[in-house]
Ligand binder design. Sequence first.
Ligand code: HEC
Length: 206
Amino acid sequence: MWDGGVTPLRYGSQGVLAALTAHRDQDMNPVDLDRKLQHFTRYKVILNRLYSGQSLAAGYLLAIREYVKEIGHPMKKGDPTTEHSSTRAHTSPNRNTEQGLALFKGKAGCIRCHHGPSLTDGRFYNLGVDSSDPGRAAISLLEEDRGRFRTPPLVLLSKTAPYFHNGSAATLETVLQHYTEGAGEAGQIHLNPEEKQALLAFLRTL
Ligand code: HEC
């Protein structure tokens, strides 16, 4: 729901159902979901054990809601761009990641949009990732919002590939490549190969 059609998932369970049913997302209704789940023995066994007496679809939604609650947790820790939050990183800081953080806050200007505890300002921008998708404009009906998507949180990045709203960037290198070539409202960044490696190293600690 990168167009902001519903509140971010971490704020509640409505997002789970909305992502499932929205035409522009998974476009499925609970009845179809129930029918589909009947074909997955493993899911059936687990869901019947955890949520006996519920339909498979209801159990599935409850399970995802629990999971989302759990993965929402790392986002509550401190701001990774401030001094006292190094405990949040999965790898200990070294010269490379420290240079990466400095670039993130300084020359590369990432912090302009990626700031706060989960590194998002919650606003919408067009980074020129996919010109055929109306993005935020489908919700706000404002022409200026065409192609804009919400700044995503940067959390557990090394585990959340692929990247961008349409999953078009398979790796973090590809994401940086996009910013290097000029990323619409985010502008163009100019980094030498060593700086790129440092910024990547920092992103991988998130
Ligand atoms: C003008 C605001 C803005 C700036 C500046 C900006 N970003 Fe982003 N970032 C976004 C938006 C919006 C998206 C989602 C774009 C899309 O998918 O269409 C995004 C997506 C990303 C993603 C993909 C995350 C995911 O889960 O898919 C990464 C990684 C990222 N940005 C890192 C950076 C880095 C590193 C910089 C600095 C070089 C930077 N951003 C600068 C707004 C910004």
